[in-house]
Design a protein around this ligand. Structure first.
Ligand code: SF4
Length: 330
């Protein structure tokens, strides 16, 4: 790799992207960048708002992990199921769905089940569970930690709020403390040597580790956003504070329409994409998540220029795959 290409890569990973054209004479670089960014935001606004408005949520909800908590009308059950579902939502939905069905199948009311959970008596209840990094003892540990949190705080929302240092500030510190509560729980009955399993740690990623923490952001989106398909149960947290849950689909879509140029999917990418979307809707920047994710997941976007698939796409005018040689698709 040439020195120039390597420098370009480093710039891109820092979010700077390829070298930009010089600003016009008399204009500072910063003011020029602000102008370019504002122009891009204006080009994105219409197509993204239309995608959000017109998206057929009903057709996709049953293909999404949100369907698990959605099936529980009691908010106390829904909160527990949402967290467990989000924690396991790595990999393909159809792969973890069968395992999650098995876990939820032993709980008539997930809230009541977890509140009364006794690891001595019930440690074998999840014996058939196995999903990638996770084993039955991870689910047992989840139940023990969640039981103790419910006993102390009443609800997961109250636990989150207790660790939130600034209800108007960034979500990072609150999310870190929320995840830590599960990692710091007294889990000696499950892990007698005092070492958490890798699978259990995987359920609760920490923002301070720098990863995108997609599953925690997804859980927050479900609980906090007031509009469908989300639940709006956590009314004390403002949707404006949420960050985008970045998975491979959202990452691809975000690159295609210029929301990010970063190469690494990490916390900073989540912040950058969210900041971009907040320029369009500062009160609810993650409202675009479901539609962007499912557009790609469903095959309505192939992340490449395709005359047939791209023909009905409202994002074509802002898509990098159509940036050069704008030919009208068939
Ligand atoms: S124009 Fe095509 S590649 Fe671009 S976002 Fe739309 S469907 Fe995807």
């Amino acid at each position: 790799m040439t020195v120039e290409r390597r420098a370009s890569r480093i710039r891109q990973d820092k979010g700077a992207g390829p070298r930009q054209p010089r600003p016009p004479r008399g204009q500072s670089v910063r003011a020029h960048r602000r102008g370019v960014s504002a122009a891009l935001t204006e080009r994105l606004r219409g197509p993204l708002e239309e995608l959000y408005r017109e998206f057929d949520y009903g057709a996709r909800v049953e293909r999404d992990a949100i369907r698990f908590p959605l099936h529980y009308p009691d908010p106390r059950d829904r909160e527990i199921v949402a967290l467990l579902t989000a924690c396991l939502a790595y990999g393909r939905v159809d792969l973890f769905s069968a395992q999650l069905h098995g876990v939820l199948g032993v709980m008539a009311s997930p809230y009541a089940f977890v509140r009364e959970f006794d690891p001595e008596r019930q440690r074998d209840v999840f014996r058939d569970f196995i999903y990638r990094f996770n084993r039955p003892r991870d689910i047992v540990a989840f139940c023990v930690a969640t039981r103790d949190i419910l006993l102390r705080h009443g609800t997961l929302e109250q636990c989150f709020l207790a660790g939130d240092p600034d209800p108007a500030g960034p979500i990072t510190a609150a999310l870190e403390r929320f995840a830590r509560t599960f990692l710091d729980a007294d889990l000696l009955p499950v892990f007698p040597h005092g070492r958490l399993s890798r699978g259990y740690r995987h359920l609760f990623p920490l923002p301070s580790a720098g990863g995108p923490c997609k599953r925690l952001h997804l859980f927050l989106r479900w609980m906090v956003r007031r509009e469908k398909p989300d639940f709006g149960l956590w009314t004390a947290v403002a949707p404006a504070r949420l960050l985008m849950p970045i998975d491979t689909h959202v990452e691809n879509m975000s690159r295609a329409i210029g929301l990010t140029r970063r190469r690494s999917r990490n916390w900073r990418m989540a912040e950058e994409i969210t900041a971009r979307l907040a320029e369009i809707d500062p009160t609810d920047p993650v409202k675009f998540d479901f539609a962007l994710c499912h557009k790609r997941m469903s095959g309505d976007c192939l992340d490449r220029r395709d005359a047939v698939v791209c023909a009905p796409c409202g994002l074509r005018g802002v898509c990098r795959h159509w940036a050069r040689g704008r030919t009208t698709p068939a």
